[in-house]
Design a binder for this molecule. Structure first.
Ligand SMILES: [Fe+2]
Length: 270
């Protein structure tokens, strides 16, 4: 394999913080009755931000529940999606196949432009991802998004990738931690890198300067398209759209093509 093809591998593009776009989702999405059923589902309750599904136990939460038949149907649709997504990823990103771990599926039926969320949970502010309840512990966060809406585009904006952003904000992030994060650090099982990434998430969302003046690239994801992103290394915001179906994964450090670009390595390198 020549150096040019190595430089252009999807794995490396992802690890550098790029969005990799597929105009047509390259695996089977919910169709027919299952598709109509999914479009009918709504978020339920105030605890969960989105409808989510754990492929390890087959359970869905956060949806407006009507009866057992509906819950079973939803879990089957999510289960089929999770299997199709993982099977495709193993083929599309062969370097990751031995080290990819399924995390969660989420379905976001609500319009991003108008939904009401507390400031720190808002999707429409630029941020990097860190999952408070599921520490990465050296693994990278890879997310596969699809736009299921029949007619509406999903709109994102992206800004600096982590390797460029980190030198600009690192000191301020370390200094600016709030008391709630400090308390959570004491009881959590998080690595120093996990703790920093949670602080960075909060810092970026709270930074008026970064939200207003950071570099910006606008993305329009049409119905039926898919996109892959390592959201721990790509600053992004979801501005508009509804009915996104997404699957998050962890990629173990030993299969990374550019381990030097992982948050933990960037932080260690200072
Ligand atoms: Fe996010």
């Amino acid at each position: 394999m020549g150096s040019a093809s190595v430089a252009e591998s999807v794995e490396e593009r992802l690890e550098r913080g790029e969005v990799v776009f597929y105009p047509q989702t390259p695996f089977i999405l919910p169709a027919g009755e299952d598709y109509a059923f999914l479009l009918d589902q709504q978020s339920g309750g105030v605890i969960h931000k989105d409808i989510s599904f754990n492929p390890h136990n087959g359970k869905a939460i956060g949806f407006a529940r009507h009866d057992v038949i509906q819950a079973d149907h939803l879990e089957r649709v999510f289960g089929d999606f999770a299997r199709a997504a993982l099977d495709w990823l193993r083929l599309a990103l062969p370097s990751y196949a031995p080290g990819i771990e399924a995390d969660r599926v989420s379905y976001r039926p609500e319009e991003e432009a108008t939904r009401r969320l507390r400031h720190n949970a808002r999707n429409d502010l630029l941020h990097v991802d860190a999952f408070p309840g599921r520490p990465a512990r050296g693994r990278r966060i890879l997310r596969l998004f699809t736009n299921l809406h029949p007619t509406e585009t999903r709109v994102w904006v992206t800004s600096e990738p982590l390797p460029r952003l980190l030198p600009q904000v690192r000191d301020r992030v370390t200094r600016g931690t709030n008391w709630w994060r400090r308390l959570a650090d004491l009881v959590g099982r998080r690595s120093p890198s996990d703790r920093f990434m949670l602080r960075l998430h909060d810092f970026l969302k709270a930074s008026h300067d970064f939200q207003k003046h950071g570099s910006r690239r606008l993305w329009h994801f049409p119905p039926g398209s898919a996109w892959l992103v390592m959201t721990d290394g790509c600053t992004y915001a979801e501005l508009r759209g509804r009915c996104a179906l997404e699957h998050s994964f962890f990629v173990r450090p030993e299969v990374l093509v550019r381990p030097d670009l992982a948050p933990e390595a960037l932080l260690r390198a200072g």
